[in-house]
Structure formats: C-alpha cells, structure tokens
Design a protein around this ligand. Structure first.
Ligand code: IFM
Length: 471
C-alpha cells in the first residue's frame, strides 16, 4: 500500500494509485431494482409496478415483483457488503412502501423495513447513503398527472420531509432525485421507462417540476436540520445527475453543433438552474421555437437554486452525436460507438469519467461523488461456479484510474459507488443485463461473488489500485 502523494503519472508499471484516506468506497442499488415484495406488508403500487404489469413494456415480460428479494434477504446482503469492506451503501427508499398512496398516510411496516436496513448497515459500520426518489412514483400520483402536475413537486417534498424526520440522524448523505434527465426523457418522451408516455411537448414542464421538487425537498431538509448520531458526520443533501458527455461524431461543424445541442438539453438544462439559478437561454429558445411551454412561478428558480452539500454523478459512457436534418423536433442523432461496448451497447470510454468531473467542477466546488459507475457484461458462471468477469474488472479499473487522475488534478471527488452491488432488474431490459459485483441466480436467488467483487474488496482494503495488472 503506497503512501505517495496523489499525482497524475499513470504509466509507471506496478505503481499504486492511492486514494485519499477518507475516500468513500461504496456500491449502489435502488429499491425497485432489488427489493421485490412489491405488494407485501402494505406497500402501494408505483408507476414501475404498473409499467411492468402492462404487457409488452419490459423485455421477456420481466417485473420487479421479486427482483433480488432484498426485502427479505437484506440482512445477508448487508453481511455481504461488510465482507466486501464497503464504507458506504447507496440505496433508495420506495415511496410507496412508506406512503402507499403518495399521500400523508404512512405505512408503519415500510418505515420498519428501512429502520432495520439502516440499523443493519450501522451495526456493520457501513454509512447509509439514501436516495429519496429513484423513479418509482406512487401510481396514485401518476393518476393525478404525475410530474406534469406541479402538485407532485409538493407531494415529493412532503414525503421527503417525513422520511428525513424519521431517518435523518442515521443517514449522512441524502440525494433528492436520481437522474432527472432520464425521468423526463426516457419516462415521458421516448416512453421506454415508466410511466411510458410520449409527450415531448410537456418535457420542459416535467424537468421544471422535478427540479422544483428537488429544491422544495432541500428546503424541507434545511428546516428539519437533522442532527447526526454521535458517530456520524453532519447530514448533507444533494442531487444525483446522470451525465453522458456528448462528443461530435465527426469534426463537421453540423456535428459539432449537434453535440453542443445534446449537451445543452441533457446537461446544462439541469446544471444551470441548480447551480446558477437560471435555465440556459439557448435551451429556452430551443423549446420556445418548438412551442414547448415552461410555466413557472416567480420564486421557482430561487427554490431550485438551493445551496447543496454534495453533487452525485452517475457516469457510464459517452455519446457520439451527429446532425440530422429531417426531424423537425430534434436535429440530433446518436451514432454507433467506435470502440468496445458493454452488454448495454454503451461504449467503454473511461476518460468520460474525468470529463464529467471536470464539467461538474466548472459549476460548483462542493464535494462530488461518483454515485454510479459500472458495466453490464454477459457473465457466465464456470462449471465450478466461479464467475471470472475480467471485462468488468478492466472497466472498473480504468474508470477508477480516471477518478484518481481527477483527484490528482485537484477535483473535489470524495467517493465512488459501483453500480451495482447485485445483479438486478435493469428496467425495460429486465434481468438480461447484469451489472452486479455479486451474481444473482434469478431462479434460486442465490448470490455468488464474481471475481470483480473480490477485486473491489482488495481495492478498498488497499485504498487504491495498481496501474498494471488487475488491481
Ligand atoms: O440501473 C440503472 C440505474 O437505475 C440508474 N442509472 C443507470 C443504471 C444502469 O442503467
């Protein structure tokens, strides 16, 4: 284990890339993707329950009804986290487990489950990192208009306040919303994620209400001001953005402009209101020209532009963007990657992690966390049961080296969470893509460590990586 200062020379064989001593090594999951128990102990239906139970929406007709059955197996899963040496575990609360109808009537059994989960983490010295909303809106709120309805932002803030009151002291890091860009575009424009609508004309309204809900939840957090348990740091709150840098497919000016437009709609549209208190004028012009309205009230941007304690970044890949002329709504298209890809078809391009951190640092100097990074590969258990996922190890290694490079360049990166702890329900793609460090047999629900799990355990134990070799 090296005690060298953090510098940025990456080509010295055998060199150890040591991370800062307090670096937060973690793994991440989300409620719908692992918990199962979709209608047990008083849980209400979410938009993902409805989406999966609608035929033709999810590959192979898969649902999260059982998923990894984490609801019943959380104790064993926490023991696995402890064996991995995780310092932090990022999970999400299922809104409908806590408030089945999305109103103010709580479900005590749901609170009890998360109390037991958090206690188990704390017993093992693992820091709970909680996301309040990872896509599973109560169906009752969707029936009232979902994120198109401004009231949903207020319902979210009420829910957030109740959860923060209940668990605030035991959770040092709170994220409001996971990946608003995916909720808005995949959920409401492409329609491949729940609620599965295709309403491009409402997209700006949805983005605005998501950000408003975030800001209101941050205000609720500040009002409650949870005091930390004696052995935990002061609780803080932030948001988790998914950032996939856009690079022009060719140097042609039209492609360069298309990549800039993609960045405007998928990144600046979120970063600017959150950190600068305004929507990018070019984005507003883009939407105005397409007659897409933004109805806002006078203080909304102030509410959205709250000081945050950290920013979470989910980084997987980059997008190669080219222009297209025939679509009147959006004149951009993504072209096929030029490099190797994961089972999601996403290009393996580690420098994107550095680029995303640089981008975030250009907006804010608050602590940054990579709240998700990882890869799906078609892992095949060997006859002896082992899973030798060298491709995942290489992916994680290369991305962590980029994280280290960013720290060496002075970026305020405080932690890294592998997506994911377990193979799990990958939304509309069902159980085919496997992202886990831990393999899950979805017939028996048996968990098996992949080699990447052992590798990550060693990375955590050494607090870093070796440049050459697998760790
Ligand atoms: O599984 C998802 C997660 O829910 C959100 N971020 C991306 C992951 C991989 O697609």
């Amino acid at each position: 284990m090296g005690e060298e200062p953090i510098t940025s020379s990456y080509d010295r064989p055998g060199r150890h890339l040591n991370f800062p001593p307090d670096f937060l090594w973690g793994a991440a999951t989300s409620a719908y993707q692992i918990e199962g128990a979709w209608n047990e102990d008083g849980k209400g239906a979410s938009i993902w329950d409805r989406f999966c139970h609608t035929s033709g929406r999810v590959e192979g007709g898969a649902t999260g009804d059982v998923a990894c059955d984490h609801y019943h197996r959380y104790r064993d899963d926490v023991a696995t986290m402890a064996a991995l040496g995780l310092r932090a575990y990022r999970f999400s609360f299922a809104w409908t487990r806590l408030f089945p109808n999305g109103d103010s009537r709580p479900n005590p059994a749901g609170f009890d489950f998360y109390r037991r989960l958090i206690d188990a983490l704390r017993e093992h010295g693992i820091m709970p990192v909680a996301t309040l909303y990872h896509w599973d809106l109560p169906q009752a709120l969707q029936d009232a208009g979902g994120w198109v309805n401004r009231d949903t932002a207020y319902r979210f803030a009420d829910y957030a306040g109740r959860v923060i009151e209940a668990f605030g002291s035991d959770v040092p890091l709170w994220a409001t919303i996971n990946e608003p860009v995916l909720i808005a575009f995949a959920g409401h424009v492409l329609g491949n994620k729940a609620p599965g609508t295709r309403r491009f004309w409402q997209v700006l309204t949805i983005v605005h209400h998501l950000l408003l809900g975030h800001g209101l939840a941050v205000q609720a957090f500040r009002d409650i001001a949870p005091r930390p348990a004696s052995d935990l740091p002061e609780p803080g709150i932030g948001i988790v953005l998914s950032v996939r840098p856009s690079y022009p497919a060719t140097p042609r000016p039209a492609d360069v402009r298309a990549a800039q437009l993609m960045d405007l709609l998928t990144k600046q549209l979120y970063f600017a209101p959150l950190f600068r208190g305004h929507y990018p004028p070019a984005a507003l012009t883009f939407f105005r020209r397409r007659l897409i309205p933004l109805k806002q009230q006078p203080d909304d941007l102030q509410i959205i532009n709250q000081p945050l304690d950290f920013l979470g970044l989910n980084v997987y890949s980059r997008a190669l963007i080219a222009a297209r002329s025939f679509n009147p709504l959006i004149s951009i298209r993504e072209v096929a990657p030029t490099g190797p890809t994961t089972a999601m078809g996403w290009e393996i391009y580690p420098p994107c992690l550095y680029d995303v951190l640089k981008l975030a640092a250009s907006y804010t100097d608050i602590p940054l966390y990579i709240t998700e990074n990882g890869a799906a590969f078609p892992d095949q258990p060997q006859p002896d049961g082992t899973i030798n996922d060298q491709d995942r190890i290489a992916y994680l290694h290369a991305h962590l080296a980029e994280a280290h490079r960013a720290i060496a360049d002075g970026i305020n990166l405080k932690g890294y969470f592998v997506w994911s702890l377990l193979d799990n329900f990958e939304w509309e793609e069902g159980y085919r893509p496997r992202f886990g460090l831990i393999h899950v047999d979805f017939k028996t629900l048996q968990r098996t460590w992949k080699q990447s799990a052992t590798w990550y355990r060693d990375v955590i134990a050494r607090n870093g990586l070796r440049v050459i070799g697998n760790s």
